[in-house]
Design a protein around this ligand. Structure first.
Ligand code: SF4
Length: 675
């Protein structure tokens, strides 16, 4: 299987065992006490899982380049031994690892950040200091020193982060580089920093050391590079001595999504492909490559020599080995949700994975074989129940799962119906195949009742019955035109052309998207590029299409949707840090009208009567959809407690404050590890 993806890649003095690069991700362990031991365990498992080349999270070459005040840095010989713990672990597992050197430039989240010019980034509160010429030279020296120390620490190479809008990228583009000295002005001058860094590193580390350069091939911001400039820089980099060129897509401040789940799979491989005929060094394609099938297609069609997958290795350390063994059905696929990885990183929490709570907890959350196999009943096959069942069965317990509906998945079965959330299918597939693989008995269309215990014996019962939508008591809400989000997503009710959504949390946003977008642009890349204004002909700087406002506004207006919330806070405030802005943009594209601080007065034949700022108004709507949260489905609890068999509550039935699959899966896993 996957002959192109699994083919070795010869780099001259060394060989990679396959074409899969584990892309750079910050885990948060870098800064934790004892974190390098945990990092070593994390990377060791990925190396054992067969990945061809690992790239670490970004390490700053100096103090000024740190992403945050306490972010990691490699500048001094005494720091080498910590890194050695990581490189030794990877080499013992027959893997290869490069250290990414990342200078944040104006993205540094501290008052000491430096950049080519003193222009604040729209995504940070700190205005950077403009670098003096001697400081630029000192920064180059810091890069070469970091690379030399990385070699001493046993790394097989370094990756120079030149994209996503970080320092080097800030020098390359006139958007952020207003200098008039030898580091600014002409394109050649703006590229000098990138090239001097690469030449400096190559001179220091010799030829038997990998230098990857992550090149911003599509900036997706105003005043980004032109395609000709990208090609020119790639050629100069090749001449300067890079071993591999990795693809960077979009600055962090770009307002076009590049990695969230609604980005089509492999959407940006065409950019890497465009560069293929221009240079001879191997090229790596990136962004939303999450299955071996997508990877194989990209490599076999000649779009790139390698693929980078980052988050997919949080979701499943064994991705490559499973693919090689013909077991890709058993891969726990990254669904691009960002909820436990990037959203954690941006809130300075340790990264992990929604679908794999063990990620970055390799030394803390383990599923060791049990010495006392129990017979366990799991009631409900939503995310919490499925996760518990799989981990408990892996430990050797005998697990029977009862599900009242005809399918597993719970709330994930609803989520997957939202345009742009198709990836949730993969998690359901994963658990479903693991059930079969582990011999978990699944009884669909079966309600668990206490009477069942008269005929069958269970040592413990795990209640994972999930949630039911919260009803809102307002006069007239007993009308058949007032429905729940679950009824809508299950196709049980008709929804009219004028709709009010009660509740503007994650579900309200999803519902707005569902009602406004009849076809998912995620499954139709050309529609998606048009929707977001990506110029695939690459005629403009940064790859931005010129979108006429009138075109954007009339894109989809088949339904009039109002998104309402009681709270006076900004709409969508509670959405994920890295994906919330995408959801807010989507509802704007669809012309959804939002209102906050709403009180609901009544519903009648005129529509929905509300009061906002003491002013009453009537929304002429034919359907009201309740998206106002949920309550634990505890119907069975007291009856089960009365049986005397120990009962555990996990997932939404335990806490239903918000739909929280991350918490549900972790809770299922932790109970399975300890039961
Ligand atoms: Fe992928 Fe979500 Fe896991 Fe992040 S948390 S690795 S996006 S599945």
């Amino acid at each position: 299987p996957y002959p192109h993806m699994l083919a070795p890649l010869d780099l001259g003095y060394t060989q990679l065992k396959n074409r899969v690069l584990m892309g750079s991700m910050h885990t948060g362990l870098e800064e934790e006490k004892g974190g390098f031991e945990k990092l070593a365990a994390f990377y060791r498992e990925r190396a054992e899982g067969g990945v061809g080349l690992i790239v670490t999270g970004g390490i700053s070459p100096n103090f000024r380049g740190r992403l945050a005040p306490h972010a990691s840095q490699l500048s001094f010989p005494w720091q080498v031994s910590k890194h050695k713990i990581v490189t030794d672990a990877v080499h013992e597992a027959d893997g290869k690892i490069c250290m990414q050197i990342l200078h944040a430039g104006r993205y540094g989240y501290h008052p000491f950040s430096q950049a080519p010019s003193a222009i604040k980034a729209p995504i940070t509160p700190f205005k950077p200091w403009a670098m003096a010429s001697w400081q630029v030279k000192r920064t180059i020296a810091a890069y070469t020193r970091a690379a030399r120390l990385a070699k001493q620490a046993g790394y097989d190479g370094v990756e120079v982060m030149g994209s996503e809008g970080y320092l080097i990228n800030q020098f390359i583009c006139s958007r952020t580089n207003k200098r008039t000295d030898e580091w600014g002005g002409s394109f050649e001058n703006r590229c000098r920093l990138a090239l001097d860094i690469v030449k400096g590193i190559r001179a220091k580390v010799g030829n038997d050391f990998i230098i990857i350069f992550r090149l911003s091939m599509l900036d997706l911001v105003d005043k980004g590079s032109t395609w000709d400039e990208v090609v020119q820089l790639a050629k100069w980099l090749e001449r300067a001595g890079v071993t591999i060129i990795n693809t960077g897509i979009g600055w962090h401040e770009a307002r076009i999504p590049t990695i969230v789940t609604s980005v089509p799979r492999g959407a940006f491989a065409w950019v890497t492909e465009k560069l293929k005929s221009e240079v001879n060094v191997p090229l790596v394609a990136t962004n939303r490559i999450n299955t071996p099938e997508v990877a194989e297609n990209i490599i076999s069609s000649g779009q790139a020599d390698m693929v980078s997958m980052a988050r997919p290795f949080l979701a499943d350390a064994d991705l490559v080995n499973k693919a090689a063994a013909g077991q890709s059905e058993l891969i726990n696929t990254c669904i691009g949700c960002n909820q436990a990885c990037l959203d954690h990183t941006f809130s300075l929490k340790r990264a992990t994975c929604l679908v794999n709570p063990r990620a970055c907890y390799e030394t803390e959350l383990n599923f060791t074989p049990t010495t006392q196999a129990k017979r366990l009943a799991v009631v409900g096959a939503g995310p919490a129940g499925m996760a518990f069942a799989v981990y408990a069965a892996q430990r050797g317990h005998n697990v029977v799962v009862f599900e009242a509906r005809g399918e597993v998945g719970g709330q994930f079965n609803l989520a997957r119906k939202i345009p742009g959330k198709e990836e949730f299918d993969e998690t359901i597939r994963y658990f479903d195949r693991q059930f079969a693989n582990l011999g978990i008995e699944l009884r669909l269309n079966t309600r668990f009742t206490p009477e069942l215990l008269n005929d069958e014996k269970f040592d413990e019962i795990i209640m994972a019955t999930g949630v039911v939508p919260r009803m809102v008591k307002v006069p007239g809400f007993d009308s058949s035109n007032v429905v729940t989000y679950q009824q809508v997503l299950r196709g049980e009710v008709e929804v009219g052309q004028k709709v009010a959504l009660i509740g503007a949390g994650g579900i309200g946003f999803d519902m707005a998207h569902f009602l406004c977008e009849s076809e998912s642009s995620t499954l139709n890349p050309s529609a998606w590029f048009k929707q977001w204004g990506v110029d695939t002909a690459y005629q403009n700087r940064g790859g931005l299409a010129v979108v006429k406002d009138s075109e954007a506004a009339t894109a989809h207006q088949s339904r009039q949707v109002y998104l309402l919330q009681r709270k006076t806070s900004k709409i969508g405030k509670g959405l994920g840090k890295t994906s919330g802005w995408v959801h807010r943009s989507v509802i704007k594209q669809h012309g959804v009208i939002t209102k906050t601080g709403v009180s609901y007065d009544k519903y009648d034949e005129q529509g929905l009567h509300i009061t906002v700022d003491d002013k009453p108004e009537v929304l002429d709507v034919d359907t009201v959809v309740l998206c106002a949260g949920q309550e634990s489905n505890r119907e069975l609890e007291s009856a089960l407690q009365a049986t005397g068999v120990p009962v555990h509550l996990i997932g939404g039935v335990d806490v239903a404050a918000e739909l929280d699959a991350k918490r549900a899966i972790r809770q299922g896993a932790e109970l399975a590890a300890s039961i």
